[in-house]
Design a protein around this ligand. Sequence first.
Ligand SMILES: [Zn+2]
Length: 340
Amino acid sequence: MTARSIPDWLKSPGYRVPRSCCRGGRPTRADRADPVQYQGVSAAPGTDGEVPTFWRQLGLPGLVDVHVHFLPERMQRRVWARFDLAGPLVGRSWPIAYRWSEAERVAHLEQLGVRRFTALAYAHQSRMAADLNDWTLDFAARTPGCLPSATFYPEPGVLGYVRHALDRGARIFKLHLQVGAFDPLDPRLDEVWALLADRGTPIVVHAGSGPVPAEHTGPGPIGAVLARHPRLAVVIAHLGMPEYAEFLDLAERYQRVALDTTMAFTDFVELVDFIGPAAPFPRALRGRLRDLGLAGKVMLGSDFPNIPYPYAHQLQALARLELGDDWLRAVCWDNGQRLC
Ligand SMILES: [Zn+2]
């Protein structure tokens, strides 16, 4: 990645692109942007180094992040290559800010004060989910703070390996309906949904049509699963962008449906072309967002490490909504803590 390939919008006020985007290596003190102060919020972090001050001023013991990715090394490199190419499923330039070794990424989460995080992986074809689960569950076992995470795919044997993952301690699942490109109503998944509903195990689902719509994205397909299994603890990733209102509806309608904040409200989504036009969160929905957060149904997600801006920017983006410190405490700690 050369410096020239970094678009100007990434250098907009409020955050800086870590130098790792430009020439490799970790961000240094020279990367520090001036802290951004938003009215009513005293400690919106301008840089990753200021993140602990943010949660301490809120009186929190740290952060819970329900949307973090860790993958086997080879697969991680392939995923980053896909972002580099800005291919059809990505749809735009997407420089990865934290293209670091696994050990460095784990250490960075610790420095940020992320006390609990997931290791979300997902399958884009058959015969890979069970192996992925072995890897993510092993990773969680050797990584303090990491929640045992797993995935599944409509294929023969899916119920068996989901049971096996649960027996191994899986506490959260992930599905990606855009990359996976399968119908969540596939009959091979019916017993899986029933089992997870019965256990109350949360499933983070990329169901929204951002960054690029696909056949099984949007509120319809996952909404049909919920109509059939209304007790499912589905966490709608990315706040369902760009179909925010429809996914807020689902969270209001179903007792255990929640939303994660991953990439929502960031400049990357609010200001630049994300799905063609930008996908800004409609102001008119803020009251509902506030109520859902205070009701335990909105939780911090970041997409670390696959983000084109510093981690701190996700927190800035939440703070500048000005929904209040109680809301921030619920979203950044309580709700994720209660979920899993
Ligand atoms: Zn993600």
